[in-house]
Design a protein around this ligand. Sequence first.
Ligand code: MN
Length: 250
Amino acid sequence: MKKREFLKTSAILGAGTLLAPTIASSCMNSAAQTGATASLVAQGDDGLFLQPELGYAFNALEPHVDAKTMEVHYGKHHAGYTKKFNAALEYADFHSTDIYKLFASVSTHGNGIRNNGGGYFNHNLYWKFMSPDGGGEPAGVLADAIAADFGSFAEFKELFSVTAASHFGSGWGWLLLNADGKLQVTSLPNQDNPLMDISPVQGTPLLNIDVWEHAYYLTYQNMRKSYVDAYWNVIDWRFVEALYEEAVNS
Ligand code: MN
């Protein structure tokens, strides 16, 4: 079986209810993105989405995120979303798709693309937001914006932590830049993200945290709040600052 046929078969078996595609998908290239934003998505010459390199070893974030969790999360969960996302796109005849345009119209593309596309992209961000050299506090214009929009870094930290820890069920906590140019914190279910037209809160993602149990269960079991508290020790604020600066200058 050829690759494309295999992908199409996989999509038919696995993608569930796909609606008829309503966007032209070929030659959909947005303005060239550079820097931190460009590093969030990797696509091969054939248009297939690729898992970006992790950039650090599975055990590099210990003790805050354990090596086995990282190995399974990146190597199984995220790899699975990536494969199923490509299969769903193949089934819909979306080739060389711009993921940002796809999310902006995701309500018309069915749950295979919504769930697996979100699963692909959200994890790309999550790996970037963590670093063995992480922790501390943001600096520069991002620090100023956090102080302006939340009162202080401590107040932002508390809001983000409570929002993520108290999210009911599987999902993600988010910091985003909304259309009014303000920073905003929210949580969204499953693999939804603030780029999606179905999201009640929309904007440019600047930071996230995976609160699906698979992200923390091996170390923290039912204590999601302990995992959220530990996350602050690994956040790569230099990367978040770069995303913010690109977002406000775009
Ligand atoms: Mn996950």
